[in-house]
Ligand binder design. Sequence first.
Ligand code: NDP
Length: 620
Amino acid sequence: MGVSGVGKSTIGKLLAQDLNIPFFDGDDFHPESNITKMSSGQPLNDDDRQPWLETLNALAKKELIKNSCIIVCSALKQKYRDIVSKEIESKTKWVHLSGSYEQICERMNSRTKHFMPSELLQSQFDILENPTEALQIDVSKTPQNIIRTIKHELMDASEFGVFGLGVMGKSLCRNLANNGFKISMFNRHVEGLEEDIATNFKTQFKELSQAAAFDDIAAFVNSLQQPKKIMLMVNAGKAIDDVIEDLLPYLSESDILIDCGNSNYKKTKERYEYLKTKNIHLVGAGVSGGEEGALKGPSIMPSGAKEAYKKVKLYLEAISAKDKDNLPCCTYIGPDGSGHFIKMVHNGIEYVEMQLLAEVSTILEALGQNPSEIADTLESWKGQASSYLLDITTSIFRKKEGNDWLVNKVLDKAGNKGTGNWTAIASAELGVPSTLIASALFTRYMSFYKEERLQLNKSFKKGSYVKFKITFNELFEAYQFARIINHYQGFKLITEASKSYAWNLNLSEIARIWTSGCIIKSKLMKDLVEIFKNTSNLLTHKKIIETLNQYKSSTKTVVLQSILNDVSIPALSEAIQFFNGITTAYSSANIIQAQRDYFGAHTYQRLDDNSGKNYHTNWK
Ligand code: NDP
């Protein structure tokens, strides 16, 4: 692209010859009316250009099916380029041939066959919007030099960079390489500790033979095509800020950083704003699936400026898991930190799903089952309640070490990396009752009080007060009941955040990208994709109402029996408590309001006055 007379056709033809791909001169695709208009000295308006640009877009799409091609056209405004690259944004590489007005005017005047009079050149300079996403080429260089530069930038340079080769970074690099992308990989050099990480990693896997390995930031960044696209796969928190500062001196306008770590969504918004002041894009992308998911296809939740996302969409969608219709489990979530928010809620839901499986397994143990039998019971639920977490829990209960089950030897202190904590905080800040997430989180925290638990266990003996009587079917129904409440709460939190932050999130689409590749993929999640097409409130859906009504009695039995037998089941019991609360027409909150008014004159509203008027009473 570039103004008329800049030498686009000459360079384009030479490049096409060199690369052995078809060449098209955009001017050949102008409708007759445009040619007549230009020949008579009139400039084209945007309406004139629209069909022409659409034709070029169709041409590019057609050629991309076969291989690739070179198209030259002026494409001076961003909106023109948007039309030409529509739906093929990531596959389109813009090269801007640029020179001064005088330089090009001279060239124009020396040409005879061109149908555009050189007087119109100024109007082209006037409307030229500098394409920051394009490779900038100074036309004063020789054609051979220009071809060499373009080829180096577009062919030799890597299209995508990965910064941080820890557990996730390594798997994502292999995934990108397996998808045919030319990547650059970076890991820092720390004398005596972290040396030659990238080069050693490259030699371990044959799919990385084309990848470039670095431990020098400048070389890494310079190895990338413009605009540079760098995935950050480092620990969340300060490391991200440090890495951004380390990279900034080497970045230029319109480069894109993609933070794929578990960053806090508020920090992502701050970083997004900060980088915006430097004209650098930040795509905050939640990634779920663990090490294996990252390698074979994770669920990816990207957010930020949509224009920036479009430029990395090709890569993220290619490496993501695919749903039942083979659609990528990666979708643009929304503005600023919404992708990391969604990932955070994903983890909150995950905490509860894990806790529920831990509780039902504890109940099965209390009912007398050994780990292999627990695995059998869980496996029998697969038909109706299949999920990744059910699968792995089944496998865990089967794993033996010697004659004993390994699970029995694992210290009962549950760790966490903070996303459950953030989900609970976000719920509290947004005023959303995510009671199950809080319950699962605090249960993990409680597990850490091991010494105190051991001591208190001696003081407060546990016993059974009735025969522990629960059928497997009742337990299954209670488990499913609690899972529905968990998903209700998780998606409620998303709904409320979407309203508060004006993110306009699509619940069905979020559920869809969680049907494959991620830790909370399940049959229930697949059902939610359809349910959320019709309602944003799970508890108003006919099928869900029927199921909860059907399973409620079993849930009560399971909770009651567990309490009577001193079995700790915080999430299962919270599920029924929450359900009773959210389905209560006249709750005990009237008493709270009266108490608040009594001691603090906080006032209250009355059921018999709809005006919203606040009353205060002297209650003594
Ligand atoms: P690792 O600890 O395995 O790797 C962290 C990487 O970050 C390492 O390459 C490390 O380099 C690099 N790093 C840390 N600090 C700096 C710094 N200041 N400058 C340069 N490099 C730095 O973490 P994971 O790969 O497991 O996780 C990465 C991110 O992905 C985290 O945010 C995590 O929460 C998230 N995540 C992890 C999942 C998992 O299952 N593991 C799943 C989904 C998301 P070095 O080796 O030199 O220390």
